[in-house]
Design a protein around this ligand. Sequence first.
Ligand code: XBP
Ligand code: MG
Length: 265
Amino acid sequence: MTIQALIFDVDGTMVDTEELHRQAFLAAFSKFDLRWDWGPHTYMELLKVSGGKERIAAYIDSLNEPADEKDRLKRLVRSFHRMKTRIYGETLASGAAPLRPGVMRLIQEARAAGVRLALVATTNTANVKALLSAALGGEAFGWIEALVGGDQVADADRKPSPETYNRALAALGVAGRNCVAFEDSANGLRAAQAAGLFTAVTPTRWTMAQDFTGADLLLPSLGDPGEAEDPVIERLTGALYLTLARIEALHAAWQAGAQPPRGAA
Ligand code: XBP
Ligand code: MG
């Protein structure tokens, strides 16, 4: 095995959480009597900024308001975001967080093959743990050797900075080039690339229009037996879904300097 670890992004990659995040933002804003229109189209644009606090601040910057009002709102960003985080946590605790196709299968293939597992996220560690419990069950904590949330690094060191990846690599004691990153966003891709990992990107409906230039593998999803057949997955993996063995072959070729297939989402 040339691959020592699989490192998964959480939001968007393991679970398509963005609608839950969006609803939590809206509910939080309404608690502060803010009628900000974060409709799906606007939110897709706002997602170009990773991290909730940063996203709110960027939105305030874009408002047609006098500078002193923007300053006042900026000072409240942490309060807005704390409320959003509380509401999001309550939503996760109440259930539904279905894994995207292939995530559980690949995790189990990795465990069976002795390939180690880690998670990196922009959202905070408590949100990641809540999602992990809801989506994979409590026993998953025993499978994941490193878990790095955005609250474990400085604000400026969240994705697209490689810092969360570097922390996970340091915790595992492995080099980036011996690992595969799974991401769904351009900022996540940049972070993983900068940390030197082989990158597999599975965008969601929220991120599919982003720029994934340089991704080593770009697929609509990891695929799973029983899922609707997808010609892109089939062309790029030679099978109906992406197996660990296929990633291993692509990773080995990448390490040896060959160009892996890139594909289109
Ligand atoms: C994901 C995100 C968003 C969340 C952030 O980044 O930035 O999904 O809204 O949650 P990535 P917070 O998947 O690249 O890590 O509001 O808790 O910051
Ligand atoms: Mg993501």
